[in-house]
Structures are given as structure tokens and as C-alpha cells.
Write a protein that binds this ligand. Structure first.
Ligand code: SAM
Length: 231
């Protein structure tokens, strides 16, 4: 679904690569751990320390990779289309291999990963099916696919795209798409994935401490985490 009909901000919109190139230097200062890492903390699957090799799709600056390393994931390969984000990930050193590649066509070996993870990228994809298909291609027998994202309800109700402040102080939106939960389920099922676990994060006290202006969104779902297994 196009985001434009929900847009309450009217920021100028740039494509993903331009946007993250502009955001890379300040990304880590502005992204909220409550959005994604807090949800990963709540998941009961996978048993992170038993993951031998993970593929981190849309790895960005390496936040997700670092979180996985801290939980004992043995080896992690990352793919991203923004060179400036990859440079930051390289400096961070959480990944064994980093490639400048689309999350839907990574070029990584088929069937080698017991975990595929994509955190905070689905809203940038016009269509979810290629992401779930690539996750399936990469998956080893028994693999899990963990996907974490900005909740479609929140994007709609807030009218807020993924955005950042550029070096002139201007707010800039990065091309954003809205995917209903049913779109995830359809794309996953069509590619052989079955839901194991789902968590939703709401705007709670932890969020409101960071974002007092979000009081009107109190208790609204703001992010989700799904874990899929091969059916
Ligand atoms: C919000 S960041 C998330 C980075 C990291 N996973 C994290 O949680 O901090 C989104 C990242 O997805 C990347 N991205 C967006 N669309 C992509 C695509 N089609 N293929 C690969 N990377 C993509 C962007 O370049 C950016 O680095």
C-alpha cells in the first residue's frame, strides 16, 4: 500500500540509498532500541546461541549484527544497499562478511543459514514476496526467519514516514510503504514459511520517556516481530 494517503508530515521524499546515505552519520544516535532490540529481547525463538550462521538482510550500521553477536550467534553475513551504512557496519566489526546487495537478491549461498533476519527494512520494500523468497532460498533445513518492523498501524495512525534530519536541519522522508499483517502472512506462506512466534511493541512508558510528544499514541502498537519456520 502506498504511504502517501497517510502522510501527515509532507516531508520531501528521497529513495532508500539517498536517504540512508544522508542519515548514516547520525543513524545510531536517533534510532530507538525500543523499536527493534527490545522486541528481539522478548522473543523465545530462536535459541540465539545455537545459531551457527545468520544472514542479516538490510544490516545497516550493524546494530542488529552486534545484538546477535552479543547473544552468541557464531557467524553473520550482512547485506545492504547503502554504502555509507555498510562502512559503519564494517567499522563496527560484528559481521564476517558484508556485501553491497539488495536484501531480495543477496548473492549469498543457498541453504547455508540457520537464521535469516531482517530488522527495520520491510517498510522500504514495495513488495514483500521477494524478501520472503530470498529468506527461503538462504535458509538451511530447520532455519528460522525473524523479521522486525515499524508497525503498519503506527505508520497509518501517525502519518509519519521513516525520516531523518539532514545536515541542514531539514526533515527528510525515506520512501516508505505500508504492509498489512496479512501481506506478511501471504508472502510468508507462499514461500513455505509458518509462523512460530509474534510480538508487538506498544508505546509504553519507556517510549514516552524518550518521546514525550507521543502521549497521544500511548498504548498504540508501534513495532512488530515475527519468527517464521519452514513449513
Ligand atoms: C532502518 S535501517 C535498519 C538497519 C539495521 N537492521 C538496524 O536495525 O539498525 C534500514 C536499512 O535497510 C537498508 N535497506 C533498505 N532497503 C533495502 C533493500 N532493498 N536491500 C538492502 N538493504 C536495504 C537501508 O540501506 C538501511 O541500511
Amino acid at each position: 500500500m502506498e504511504f502517501t494517503s497517510f502522510d501527515a508530515r509532507g516531508y520531501p521524499i528521497v529513495d532508500v540509498r539517498t536517504g540512508y546515505a544522508g542519515w548514516a552519520a547520525t543513524y545510531e544516535d536517533t534510532v530507538e532500541d525500543t523499536m527493534d532490540l527490545a522486541l528481539l529481547d522478548r522473543l523465545r525463538t530462536p535459541a540465539w546461541s545455537s545459531v551457527r550462521r545468520a544472514a542479516d538482510l538490510g544490516c545497516g550500521t550493524g546494530r542488529t549484527g552486534s545484538w546477535l553477536r552479543e547473544r552468541g550467534v557464531a557467524a553473520i553475513d550482512g547485506a545492504d544497499i547503502t554504502p555509507e551504512m555498510l562502512d559503519a557496519a564494517r567499522a563496527r566489526g560484528a559481521h564476517d562478511r558484508l556485501v553491497d546487495a539488495d536484501a531480495t537478491a543477496t548473492g549469498f549461498d543457498s541453504g547455508r543459514y540457520d537464521l535469516v533476519i531482517a530488522s527495520l527494512i520491510d517498510e522500504h520494500l514495495p513488495d514483500l514476496a521477494p524478501l520472503y523468497r530470498e529468506a527461503r532460498r538462504l535458509a538451511a533445513p530447520g532455519a528460522l526467519f525473524a523479521i522486525v518492523g515499524f508497525h503498519p498501524h503506527f505508520i497509518m495512525t501517525s502519518g509519519m514516514p521513516t525520516h531523518y534530519t539532514d545536515d541542514t536541519g531539514r526533515s527528510v522522508a525515506i520512501a516508505t510503504h505500508v504492509h498489512l499483517v496479512s501481506e506478511h502472512v501471504r508472502a510468508a506462506r507462499e514461500n513455505g514459511w509458518r509462523l512460530v512466534e509474534m510480538e508487538e511493541g506498544v508505546v509504553d512508558e519507556a517510549w514516552l520517556e524518550r518521546k514525550p510528544k507521543w502521549e497521544r499514541f500511548r498504548n498504540h502498537p508501534v513495532s512488530f516481530a515475527h519468527v517464521w519456520e519452514l513449513g
